[in-house]
Design a protein around this ligand. Structure first.
Ligand SMILES: C[C@H](O)[C@H](O)[C@H]1CNC2=NC(N)=NC(=O)C2=N1
Length: 95
């Protein structure tokens, strides 16, 4: 079982991950991306997929042509955990 984020860790998220927002109605963080076209969007998704495998942590996401929406939450914890922060930081580096 993975520990959920503490209140202090949660409060630090705004500064730690300024590009991500807390989801409404569930314990997750979200970020949306817009690319020039589908090819760029899917190329990004491919890189994120490889990252996710490396982290053994996987996004909930959707793609519509040049847009990609990502939600991160830890199913094994029933909410946000350190794993979501780590993956979000890694995604930010390749975005
Ligand atoms: C067995 C495997 O390590 C687990 O199922 C991993 C895989 N990827 C995961 N991804 C996410 N988002 N949450 C999890 O709890 C999770 N668990």
């Amino acid at each position: 079982m993975i520990a959920k984020l503490t209140e202090a860790e949660r409060a630090a998220l705004v500064d730690l991950l300024p590009n991500w927002i807390l989801a409404k109605g569930r314990d997750a963080i979200e970020r949306s991306f817009k690319f020039r076209d589908f090819s760029e969007a899917f190329g990004f998704m491919t890189r994120v997929a490889l990252l996710a495998e490396k982290h053994d942590h996987h996004p909930e996401w959707s793609n519509v042509w040049n847009r990609v929406s990502i939600a991160l939450t830890t199913h094994d914890a029933g909410g946000l955990s350190e794993r979501d922060i780590k993956l979000a930081e890694a995604i930010d580096l390749i975005a």
